[in-house]
Design a protein around this ligand. Structure first.
Ligand SMILES: [Zn+2]
Length: 114
């Protein structure tokens, strides 16, 4: 792996949202902010660009309020990458977390949320 774990993690988060619907840079910056991650456009845009170059995302220009906005969506390669990343993260999370951690950290389990 040539990049750091934080970057990989942010990339997976981007892929997760891009798999749900097409997303754009500013939306991601705000969404990451809600998770408590402050990421600047100078970091995010090159990341989106390199993910596109690696074939994980594809982009489409959409005219919005007189401006061109780049919407990114996931590719099939991106979906495979996301699944692989989820497996890796899931293994680590399963190892270091137990159920009391979820209670302690007030992290609802998805099955409890549904
Ligand atoms: Zn999110």
């Amino acid at each position: 792996m040539t990049q750091n774990a934080f970057t990989s993690f942010i990339e997976l988060h981007v892929l997760h949202h891009a798999a749900e619907r097409p997303i754009y840079g500013l939306w991601l910056i705000e969404e990451l902010g809600e998770h408590g991650y402050k990421i600047s456009p100078g970091t995010l845009y090159p990341m989106l660009h390199s993910m596109e170059k690696s074939g994980l995302l594809k982009n489409r220009d959409v005219l919005t309020n007189g401006r061109i906005r780049k919407y990114y969506s996931i590719t099939s390669k991106g979906r495979r990458h996301l699944l692989k990343g989820k497996r890796q993260i899931g293994e680590l999370v399963n190892e270091i977390f137990d159920e009391s951690d979820f209670r302690l950290l007030r992290l609802p389990l998805k099955t409890e949320r549904a």
